[in-house]
Design a protein around this ligand. Structure first.
Ligand SMILES: [Zn+2]
Length: 364
């Protein structure tokens, strides 16, 4: 049973290699030649979806967002699990830093009115040059200095496993993502967030772009990055980088997570690409010219989309969850047992015994 489970999970790792964010585009508008790479306000010229509907990020106008009766608690299944041998890949793609755990069975999102189950693909960050900017989503116009995105891909339905290769190809083409957004708020260095240390220390190894490294992160799990309180904003939007596919169910936590000034600076030391007038990547000796200092997309029109808020029953008595406010020091050990499911063997394994041989035949 155990080996079947591992095989099953490997299939989905193979099927999920995308959304790395590399490409011929950039954030900052700068006068260059006709063939230059696309600054953020021109993305739509080369990537038409960036100019269409249902784009992200957006501003959350809290005066117009009501707690939802239909949204539910999100279950972060296996978020407290380490990948085997604590092995992570860390990659500076010139736009951001991307981290991938070498999981055999990636952690999942379940519940939260998502209908489907979603498996972790990668995580990455967006930040600014100063503390008053950086996050992609905003709350009542307020921008946090850093926003983490944990990207999940919809797990292929078990019942579709018997379909032929064409069906599977369509499934993979039809991207269906769930992204968790987490704001960070700067606190004094003595109140630094120790859970973030493995990340900021690893950043020192990927200062230059395009040189992925293998990292051993023995104390790091996805769960260590989550805020204590899990109230979230939910809406349907897009990737915030080209090609801007409108395929994302966004869940953005209301409560920010603390980060120290020193930890914040580790992100601002990362170097990106500089392009010449023909859009080719240039090598520039002066590192200050190449730093990634503003890798956030401006907020996009909401249009007729509805933004909902999941608010747990006790939210009204909390003092530290108001949007835009500085986060309090968070007791990161306290976790509701409801939020951690260790039930993968029963939720996945029991339903797969019969279909596993077919899965292997049709997908590998
Ligand atoms: Zn992102």
């Amino acid at each position: 049973m155990h080996s079947h489970l591992i095989l099953y999970c490997l299939i989905f790792i193979v099927a999920g290699s995308y959304v790395d964010g590399a490409g011929r585009w950039r954030y900052i508008s700068r006068h260059t030649g006709v063939n230059s790479t696309q600054p953020v306000d021109k993305w739509r010229d080369e990537y038409p979806k960036c100019g269409r509907h249902n784009q992200s990020p957006i501003n959350f106008d809290t005066s117009r967002i009501q707690p939802s009766d239909t949204l539910q608690h999100i279950f972060f299944v296996d978020y407290d699990e380490h990948p085997p041998h604590h092995a992570w890949k860390i990659f500076n793609n010139g736009h951001t830093v991307v981290m991938k755990g070498n999981y055999t069975c990636p952690p999942q999102l379940q519940g939260g009115a998502l209908v489907d189950k979603y498996e972790v693909v990668q995580l990455h960050f967006h930040w600014g040059e100063e503390d008053f900017e950086g996050s992609e989503h905003r709350v009542d116009g307020h921008q946090y200095p850093l926003e983490l995105h944990i990207v999940h891909k919809k797990r292929v339905h078990d019942e579709k496993a018997n379909d032929d290769k064409k069906e599977l190809k369509n499934e993979n083409e039809d991207l269906n993502l769930a992204v968790i957004g987490i704001f960070f708020d700067v606190v004094s260095d003595e109140n630094a967030n120790p859970n973030l240390d493995p990340v900021t220390q690893a950043l020192e190894r990927v200062i230059k772009p395009d040189e992925p490294v293998d990292a051993y992160l023995p104390t790091f799990t996805l769960q260590s990055l989550l805020p204590k309180y899990r109230d979230y904003y939910r809406y349907t939007g897009s990737l915030t980088t080209p090609p801007c596919d409108p395929v994302v169910k966004w869940s953005v936590f209301r409560q920010p997570v603390p980060i120290s000034r020193q930890q914040m600076e580790a992100f601002r030391r990362l170097e990106g690409h500089v392009h010449d007038e023909d859009g080719q990547i240039q090598t520039v000796a002066n590192a200050t010219e190449t730093r990634i200092l503003k890798n956030f997309r401006p907020v996009q029109p909401i249009g007729n989309r509805i933004v909902s808020l999941y608010s747990s029953r006790s939210a009204s008595v909390r003092a530290d969850v108001h949007p835009g406010g500085a986060s309090e020091a968070q007791g990161r050990k306290a976790e509701s047992p409801l939020e951690i499911q260790k039930s993968r063997a029963t939720t996945i394994g029991s339903s797969l015994v019969g279909v596993l041989p077919l899965l292997v035949l049709t997908q590998l």
